[in-house]
Design a protein around this ligand. Sequence first.
Ligand SMILES: Cc1cc2nc3c(=O)[nH]c(=O)nc-3n(C[C@H](O)[C@H](O)[C@H](O)COP(=O)(O)OP(=O)(O)OC[C@H]3O[C@@H](n4cnc5c(N)ncnc54)[C@H](O)[C@@H]3O)c2cc1C
Length: 391
Amino acid sequence: MTSSPQIADPHADLPALRVAIRTWLRDHEAELQPYRHEIVGDIPQMYTHVRPLQRMLCEAGWTRLGWPVEVGGLGGSAVMRAELMEEFAAAGYTFPDLLATIEIMGPMLVKYAPELAAQHLPAAIAGDEVWCQGFSEPEAGSDLGGLRCKAVPTDGPNGPGFVLSGQKMWSSYGSISKRCCVLARTNDNGHRGLSMLWVDLDSPGVTMVPTMCETHRDDVSELFFDDVFVPLDRLVGPEGAGWEVVMYLLQYERGAYAWKRQAEMHTHLQEVLHQADPVAAAAHTTAIGEAYLAIFALRSQAGPTLGLLDSGAALGPGISIDKLLLGVAEQTITDTARNVLWPALELDDTEAAERWRRRWSYTRITTIYGGAAEVQRDLVAERLLGLPRGK
Ligand SMILES: Cc1cc2nc3c(=O)[nH]c(=O)nc-3n(C[C@H](O)[C@H](O)[C@H](O)COP(=O)(O)OP(=O)(O)OC[C@H]3O[C@@H](n4cnc5c(N)ncnc54)[C@H](O)[C@@H]3O)c2cc1C
């Protein structure tokens, strides 16, 4: 089956889709020029910068591919969006990270709260609103089951729902988010006492405090909930099914997000080679080769994962391998850049150098967010290799 080169066709096969995307990218080269690189600004500036691109991609239909028609998509396979990310990066453009966060939360809404997906997904895809995740707390990260944020069932003047109170931290893009999926305790029954809520962050009682990071911007935020009323229809999945819902969501952080990043890292590695002094590059051929292999290892793992996710298969503990490979690749590429582009990367005032410094800083935490590497290694050791549990 073939597709028109200008139209996002949910029935196109992947080779035809690839041709269509490449043609569209070529035809829109002038409008896409500002998106060659991520901007060196703060988080609100980044949002202002990428919004027109998100709208453009949405109006052309590309970012609606693979989402069900019932929630505002065009239908077809989600793998089509992976293809889009790949082609985008291969053409030297930066795909909006905010769209990657939708790749993580969107499938959760589609599966567990399709009405909420229908209400909010179109605006998020078009760039009109941003979402964040509220799972981690000061005393709960790796041990997420120990979280304390409480959602007490209520049936007061506002109708049935929950009264949410507690604190979340490390919420990526929290400072620009309109909504947040909050994992909260609705009863004391261990993991079965957790529920997922879809919370409007402009609700009375919500306070957002940005956290300044080593990247010199507020990549993450703290969220405080002070008796916030959340209507019953904002429950994502059944009450008490929060653990299942969050585990489902995390698969997509390993899947679609890892795929986007491997495509971008490939472009970044080429950027290193273009920017490098040939003599300096020649002194680091082994490191450059290792960086390439790290990307390729991630790609080899993330590709099949995407296919499995698209088929609806449950991924199991093997998904920890994707997460580990992602962290290794992220850090290997920026460490290589730092060495090959030394000392310019450290000392120059150019935007390119600033961009590399930020990338390097951000990748220090890729072995922490979404599940620390040590914990992922434990999971691989115990659940995949059957090794005895450490003391
Ligand atoms: C940039 C960034 C973005 C983030 N974005 C979000 C977000 O959007 N939403 C959200 O909810 N959270 C987010 N997080 C939080 C992230 O998921 C947690 O930081 C992570 O799960 C680790 O939890 P913690 O920070 O509480 O560390 P801890 O769990 O306290 O771990 C501290 C150290 O102890 C080690 N450790 C802990 N338990 C074990 C174990 N059983 N075996 C071996 N070692 C162990 C860990 O590996 C780690 O090195 C983000 C974090 C960062 C840094």
